[in-house]
Design a protein around this ligand. Structure first.
Ligand SMILES: [Fe+2]
Ligand SMILES: [Fe+2]
Length: 147
C-alpha cells in the first residue's frame, strides 16, 4: 500500500510539473501588458482548461483522496477542502474564457483580464502546492499533525 501511494505521489508530481509549465506560459503571456490577440489567450486558456479537466479526473478517480485517507485519516478535512477547490477553479477558468472572448478576435485583451488571468494562475498554483504537501505528508511518511 505504501509503495502504491508513493508511486501515486510521484505520478501526481509529474502531472503538476506539466500543469505548472502551462500556467507559467499563461503568466508570461499576460505579464506586464495586454496580450496583442484575444485568440491566442483564449486558445491557451482552453488548453489549460482541458488539461485541468483531465488532471482533476485523475485526482478524483485515481484517488489521491483514497491514498491520503488510507494513510492519514487525520488529513481528511484538508483533503475535502482541496477537492472542493476543483469546482471553483473550473468555474473561474470558464469565466476567464468568457471575459477574454468578449474582445474581438485579434483585438488586445484588456489589462483587467490579464490581471484576472494572473490571479487565477496564482490560485491554481496554490492549489497544486497544497496537494503536493498533503500527499507528501500522507504518502511518504511526513506525518501532518493538523485536522
Ligand atoms: Fe487538484
Ligand atoms: Fe493537482
Amino acid at each position: 500500500m505504501q509503495e502504491t501511494a508513493a508511486a501515486f505521489a510521484e505520478e501526481l508530481g509529474h502531472e503538476h510539473a506539466s500543469l505548472l509549465k502551462q500556467l507559467e506560459e499563461l503568466e508570461t503571456m499576460t505579464a506586464g501588458s495586454t496580450v496583442s490577440a484575444a485568440g491566442v489567450l483564449i486558445e491557451s486558456l482552453r488548453a489549460v482548461r482541458a488539461a485541468l479537466h483531465r488532471h482533476f479526473l485523475f485526482e478524483e478517480k485515481g484517488g489521491y483522496m483514497n491514498h491520503v485517507l488510507a494513510n492519514a485519516p487525520q488529513l481528511h478535512r484538508r483533503t475535502e477542502e482541496l477537492l472542493a477547490e476543483h469546482t471553483h477553479i473550473g468555474r473561474s477558468v470558464e469565466e476567464l474564457i468568457g471575459n477574454a472572448a468578449a474582445a474581438s478576435p485579434g483585438a488586445p485583451i484588456s489589462a483587467e483580464v490579464c490581471e484576472q488571468v494572473r490571479q487565477w494562475v496564482k490560485l491554481v498554483r496554490g492549489h497544486e502546492a497544497g496537494e503536493n504537501k498533503l500527499v507528501m505528508e500522507a504518502c511518504c511518511g511526513d506525518i501532518g499533525e493538523e485536522d
